[in-house]
Design a protein around this ligand. Structure first.
Ligand code: ADP
Length: 560
């Protein structure tokens, strides 16, 4: 697809320069354009900032009809349209909260003989709910003026993804109604299972897949223990490394955003906060100050970021645990879009895990701005997926050994040689030597303990019994009389907890989520997956984990 002799190649190159002002194509842009212009269904996985928009805006410009773009967020659409109009490319959008007469004008224009728009943006609910829109699309289709359908942020289709949006699921109708129209699905974040889900739900046929490395060599990743003096640590870090530079601090709750911003102001930084419950004018004004560099640090929930196209963000700090590795990767991706070195630091404490989990189960967590609220009302499978995603994040944070890039990229199904990290993450920069340690005996004990407490208790409890705790609950349950009570008293707690999480990640132990009270709060109970556990218990499986030569027990893991 990278060949240069398609009938449209000359036009493509000329317009890329003249209209978009680009001297060349970025990786995969030309290939994607050639594949979609040849009439194929195409799935594109390209990191944030990779240049996905060009892959449909440029074809739209040189094709005769209209390109339909489904995009999740009105503010993002408005931003795109503003850029298109500035480049003299006629574009419009339809959304439910637009005046009815304006919507009518656009629809009427679509069905008139000379459609004035090259691109029509709509939100997914518009496709799901507007018969008028579908009728006009049918009209365009019949006149052979529907060139292409683009699904932006396509991972929202999948319940396995981190931003499931129910309205996206109805987009399958597009392929049914317009089977001959090439579909282009774009996303910056999808694991193999999310990709499968998207391909199926949208009904993509013989789809051509483009993916490129999600590695961002200019970002440096570290995880730091979150202590009581976290704010002082953040202040020192910024002053020492990024004084007066631009950054984002992601916080868990609205309250946290405000508190963190206030503290930073006290420390002398130009900081502001941003979250979904602020009034739209206030939010717009913060965004404006940020783009004009009047404010250089934004303390925000994940609602901040989509459509923010600031190239010189020098640091992204997570003040608390992100919900998933995908989300984390995307949030970090907002740093260093200009290719310059930038830092991503995550402050981790195990207590944040409990907090996030609690918020997830209560639907009280703020989603990235386009995820609809209904996705936060957790029901069965969704809560399970969310908890699983969160657990992966915990295991990422607790891992003090493996390359951070390797850990992130493996999640996206990408192979990465840690040697290529070149000490640009905290773990690869550590000077201590690493040793492979056989933890099979600890693993066996933990699995046997889960069985002997009749698979009715949480991981935290199992670790307590293993360490020999004599707390009231242990005594009340008479678990101090178990053979394995205290079997791990000489094992460092951090080490035991890493083995336990490894067993969960390997699915030798399963976390069973139970609603434990009227308010729907959840607890997770460990069960044994007999199928996978038998090899271990019968001595056919060895478990090796890598540890620093002196096992360091961080404060964070010690609280488990
Ligand atoms: P994505 O949607 O993948 O996050 P965008 O489409 O918003 O990325 O593009 C990110 C930035 O890169 C934009 O400012 C865009 O103008 C710029 N860009 C895209 N393609 C090119 C190119 N071929 N050459 C130079 N800049 C480009």
């Amino acid at each position: 697809w990278s060949k240069k002799d398609f009938s449209w190649t000359k036009k493509l190159e000329a317009n890329n320069k003249k209209v978009f002002g680009n001297h060349s194509f970025r990786p995969n842009q030309r290939e994607v354009i050639n594949a979609t212009m040849s009439g194929n269904d195409v799935f594109v996985l390209m990191p944030t900032g990779g240049g996905k928009s060009l892959t449909y805006q440029l074809p739209a410009l040189i094709c005769p009809g209209v390109t339909l773009v489904i995009s999740p967020l009105v503010s993002l659409i408005q931003d795109q349209i503003m850029h298109l109009l500035q480049a003299n490319i006629p574009a419009a959008y339809l959304s439910s909260n637009m005046e009815w007469t304006k919507q009518q004008d656009i629809l009427r224009d679509l069905c008139s003989g000379h459609c004035s728009y090259k691109l029509l943006y709509v939100t997914p609910e518009k496709v799901a709910k507007s018969d008028a829109l579908l009728r006009q699309l049918e009209n365009l289709y019949a006149r052979e003026l529907l060139d292409r359908i683009v699904i932006d942020e396509a991972h929202c289709v999948s319940q396995w993804g981190h931003d499931f949006r129910p309205d996206y699921q109805s987009l399958g109708i597009l392929k049914q109604k317009f089977p001959n129209i090439p579909l282009l699905a774009l996303t910056a974040t999808a694991t193999a299972s999310v990709k499968e889900d998207v391909v199926q739900a949208l009904g993509l046929v013989d789809c051509i897949i483009f993916r490129q490395s999600f590695n961002r060599p200019n970002l440096r990743f570290s995880v730091m223990p979150k202590t009581k003096k976290c704010m002082e640590d953040i202040d020192t870090f910024i002053k020492d490394n990024h004084f007066d530079e631009c950054g984002i601090i992601y916080c868990l709750s609205r309250n946290d955003c405000e508190k963190v911003a206030k503290k930073l102001q006290e420390f002398g930084h130009k900081a502001a906060f941003y979250h979904a419950s602020m009034d739209p004018n206030e939010r717009a004004s913060v965004q404006k100050m940020w783009s004009k560099d009047e404010v250089n640090i934004i303390c925000a929930t994940v609602a901040f970021g989509m459509g923010i196209n600031k190239p010189d963000v020098r640091f992204v700090i997570h003040h608390s645990l992100p919900k998933s590795i995908e989300g984390y990767h995307q949030e970090c991706g907002r740093a260093g879009r200009d290719g310059q070195h930038s830092s991503c630091i995550l402050y981790y404490s195990y207590s944040d895990y409990i907090r996030v989990k609690h918020m997830l189960s209560h639907g009280s967590i703020e989603q990235s701005s386009f995820a609809s609220r209904s996705t936060t009302l957790n029901s069965g499978r969704l809560l399970e997926t969310n908890t699983e995603n969160l657990l992966r994040m915990v295991s990422y944070c607790e891992n003090e050994v493996d390359c951070r890039r390797f850990l992130q990229l493996v999640h996206f199904g990408e192979k990465f040689d840690p040697l290529s990290c070149k000490k640009t993450c905290d773990n690869c920069s550590k000077t201590h030597t690493l040793v492979d340690k056989d933890v099979t005996q600890i693993a066996k004990h933990l699995v046997e303990l889960v069985k002997s407490v009749r698979q009715e208790f949480s991981g935290t409890y199992i670790l307590e019994v293993y360490k020999g705790s004599m707390n009231q609950i242990v005594k009340k349950n008479q678990h101090d009389t178990l053979k394995l009570h205290g079997a791990g008293k000489n094992v460092a707690k951090g080490e035991a907890s890493r083995v336990l999480r490894h067993l969960v990640i390997e699915e030798i132990l399963l976390e069973d989520i139970k609603k434990s009270d009227l308010y729907g709060s959840v607890s997770s109970i460990l069960k044994v997956n007999e199928k996978k556990a038998c090899n271990l218990l019968e001595g056919q499986k060895t478990i090796m984990l890598r540890f620093p030569s002196v096992v360091k027990v961080s404060k964070s893991t010690a609280t488990t």
